[in-house]
Design a protein around this ligand. Structure first.
Ligand code: 3PG
Length: 201
């Protein structure tokens, strides 16, 4: 997924009613992609709405099974993120022609991802699994792999990850707090997105 933008908001959304406002807030804040985690009952209808917002690239997150890949693609997902590496999920993504971005931590997991033909992986949970130093060490060995560090990263740390040449995007929920999404605080989300984008400029 080489066309990624540098910030990947990871959203937990409780109601599709929030989706359109969220999409508009992201765009107004300068962010044109979003990962909708399949962790809530209403994630798929919310993903469907976000995928239909012009100018926004929506993907599915927390994808654990091939069936979920099918449902996510059917709802309009343009990419699929998983917390770990599952061959069935990757194969389903390849069948549908959507990029799979599995979570990895170790060199062994990276080698498995690489042998499945993937070149972009999520490094998860980033802060807990060694942070910038770990991404940097893995990047030195796997020169053709790109990373999307995600997990425990806040506004303060994002730029440090983004400075690594192997990092194509930094993922996180810091600019889309679940309570702000749930209560429709879209101005707050827009401001947080704007701040996040500024950090990268
Ligand atoms: C994920 O699903 O990738 C993480 O939950 C997002 O990480 P964060 O909430 O710690 O930013």
């Amino acid at each position: 997924m080489s066309v990624m933008e540098p910030i990947l908001p990871v959203v937990v959304i409780d109601s599709p009613d929030a989706a359109e406002g969220l999409g508009r807030a992201l765009l107004a804040g300068g962010i044109r992609q979003v990962e909708v985690t399949l962790r809530t009952a209403e994630a798929l209808p919310a993903l469907r709405i976000l995928a239909s917002v012009p100018g926004l690239r929506a993907g599915a997150g927390t994808v654990l099974t091939a069936d979920q890949v099918h449902a996510a693609v059917e709802a309009g997902a343009e990419f699929v993120v998983s917390p770990g590496l599952d061959e069935g999920v990757v194969a389903a993504c390849q069948r549908y022609g959507v990029p799979a971005i599995p979570g990895v931590v170790t060199a062994t997991e990276l080698m498995r991802a690489r042998s499945l033909g993937l070149r972009t992986v999520k490094f998860f949970p980033a802060e807990q699994a060694g942070g910038v130093a770990a991404v940097s060490a893995l990047s030195a060995v796997f020169a053709d792999m790109a990373f999307v560090p995600t997990g425990g990263i806040g506004a303060d740390r994002a730029a440090v990850y983004a400075a690594l040449p192997s990092v194509v995007a930094v993922g996180g929920s810091w600019m889309v707090p679940r309570d702000a999404v749930a209560s429709g605080q879209f101005a707050r989300i827009e401001a947080l997105c704007r701040q996040a984008v500024e950090v990268f400029q």
